[in-house]
Write a protein that binds this ligand. Structure first.
Ligand SMILES: Nc1nc2c(ncn2[C@@H]2O[C@H](COP(=O)(O)OP(=O)(O)OP(=O)(O)O)[C@@H](O)[C@H]2O)c(=O)[nH]1
Ligand SMILES: [Mg+2]
Length: 259
């Protein structure tokens, strides 16, 4: 008998959530990888779906809205009063993906005294979400520095990267269109998937986290299949290694250009 409560009904993912922009997506396939679907049907997911927890970290400039983003998704709340995060906050979320449990630990850290805990915070992250404020172009420029810092502690080939523009409700359509062009370019450079959200209205927040959980699950199952040797010679190793519209995740470290 499971010691965990049942998964919330609004955390069940039966189909692959689609990307936000095809121009900057980790992959733009319509459905989960066939091998992943088959492995799930045949209960061959190993430790994935049982014990594995994906560490998801949210980084970005001060006050871009990292905490609000997590709180909107995990608690469906929004606080318009700014309370800087002190140290690290985390939330655990459980999803059901293709019938299996997928756990995500969502971490965000404040800037204060951040440097001394930074390496522990970054280490072991499977998903790095770099948040920027859609009304503050400097915070978009700084995403390169955040990426560099996060990759110092992680194997770049094992990290799924997302760039998320926050506070979409505050930007006019013209302003938004302008910054989206720049954000798409940076996301492409970094091989990151781009999203734009509003924690105030909730726009795209659930869709975004469902996408994150699904791609992390897909990557974990493929890694498990590879490890168990059930894959065949010549098969695609990672979800994004063998198609023209897929990113190659072997990111090179970016040079800092904005600090
Ligand atoms: N209008 C609007 N305001 C937002 C949104 N998201 C966050 N904010 C506001 O932006 C401010 C900062 O939000 P936080 O989520 O605390 O920012 P943070 O990135 O966690 O800040 P630190 O922990 O200090 O790094 C708060 O006043 C929020 O109410 C949004 O989607 N729309
Ligand atoms: Mg915070």
């Amino acid at each position: 008998m499971s010691v965990f409560p049942p998964i919330r009904r609004d955390r069940v993912i039966a189909q692959l959530p689609q990307c936000f922009r095809k121009e900057a997506a980790l992959h733009s396939k319509e459905d989960f990888n066939n091998k992943v679907k088959t492995a799930c049907q045949e209960q061959r997911t190993g430790t994935v779906g049982r014990f594995k927890i994906s560490k998801v970290i949210v980084v970005g400039d001060l006050a871009v809205g990292k905490t609000c983003l997590i709180n909107r998704f995990c608690k469906d709340t929004f606080d318009k009063n700014y309370k800087a995060t002190i140290g690290v906050d985390f939330e655990m979320e459980r999803f059901e993906v293709l019938g299996f449990v997928s756990r995500s630990q969502l971490d965000t850290a404040g800037q204060e005294r951040f440097k001394c805990i930074a390496s522990t915070y970054y280490r072991g992250a499977q998903v790095v979400i770099i948040a920027f404020d859609l009304t503050d172009v400097a915070s978009l420029d700084h995403t390169r520095q955040w990426l560099e810092d996060a990759l110092k502690e992680n194997d770049p080939t094992g990290v799924q990267l997302f760039i998320v523009g926050t506070k979409k409700d505050l930007s006019s359509p013209a302003q938004y269109a302008q910054i989206e062009q720049d954000a798409l370019k940076i996301a492409q450079e970094m091989s990151a998937e781009y999203w734009a959200v509003s924690s105030l209205t909730g726009e795209n927040v659930k869709e975004f986290f469902f996408r994150v959980a699904s791609l992390a699950f897909e990557m974990n199952v493929l890694a498990e299949l590879e490890k168990s040797g059930s894959r065949q010679i010549g098969d695609v190793v990672r979800i994004n290694s063998n198609s023209s519209n897929l990113y190659n995740t072997s990111k090179k470290k970016q040079s800092s250009c904005c600090q």
